[in-house]
Design a protein around this ligand. Structure first.
Ligand code: 0O2
Length: 211
């Protein structure tokens, strides 16, 4: 153990994550009410486990006194229905006054060797704590539902095989990533049809709830 009180160290990250979740869930409902369609499908988040922080710090040779440089201790995930929505949400994030984008990793254009696709935005976010204001880094991952499906399965397989996936499984996962990408492409091409249908469905439910 390194003597650090990890519980206290993680407090501002936990606070940042809770606030960010509320803000993006609120943005979702605001857009649904204002535009009848939200580019945000749902939002999740996690604070990185201490064992995972230590492992990553070791791998990236980050001294523990500088562990605050790690960009994904607070991680927010925003799921979108369509690839086009990712661009819309990323623009909304760039325009916000309550956070500052400090880095972007476009794993959609430059997908990883594993097959992983997502758009990562690193933001600096100020949290008001009892000790004063503290700026923390948070990683916002923007994904389609298909990208999220793939990443969730791959993450659990990696956990099962302790990061040593057999070549056969790796190959199948790469093929599955390609299939998920094709699905996103197909869905994108009929996006307007789907959005119109969802708006009609939304209007009907609103009407029924008013009766
Ligand atoms: P957790 O939740 O702590 O287990 P890396 O060097 O791969 O750690 P890199 O390239 O710097 O990271 O990526 P980045 O932007 O820091 O993001 C790391 C996070 O992105 C991961 O968190 C995953 O959520 C996601 N990610 C990156 N690559 C992959 C991948 O190949 N497969 C899957 N399923 N997810 C990936 P952790 O470390 O899993 O976080």
């Amino acid at each position: 153990m390194d003597g650090r009180d990890w519980g206290k160290f993680l407090l501002p990250y936990e606070q940042a994550l809770e606030e960010l979740k509320v803000k993006f869930k609120t943005l979702r409902s605001e857009l649904k009410n204002r535009e009848e369609y939200s580019p945000i499908e749902f939002v999740t988040g996690r604070v990185k486990r201490v064992s995972s922080i230590l492992e990553k710090a070791k791998r990236l040779q980050i001294p523990l006194e500088q562990v605050e440089q790690m960009e994904d201790i607070a991680g927010l995930r925003i799921m979108c229905q369509f690839v086009q929505d990712i661009e819309v949400v990323s623009k909304l994030i760039e325009q916000r006054q309550d956070m500052r984008v400090v880095n972007v990793k476009d794993y959609i254009t430059n997908y990883k060797e594993s097959g992983y696709r997502s758009y990562h935005m690193i933001v600096e976010y100020p949290v008001q704590t009892s000790l004063g204001m503290k700026r923390v880094l948070a990683e916002i991952q923007l994904r389609t539902l298909a990208m999220n499906f793939w990443a969730t399965i791959e993450h659990s397989l990696n956990y099962k095989y302790k990061e040593k996936l057999p070549d056969e499984v790796k190959m199948r996962l790469r093929k599955a990533a390609e299939a998920a990408f094709q699905l996103d492409q197909e869905m994108s091409s009929i996006r307007q049809e789907i959005v119109d249908a969802q708006k009609m469905f939304q209007d009907r439910s609103n009407l029924v709830s008013k009766i």
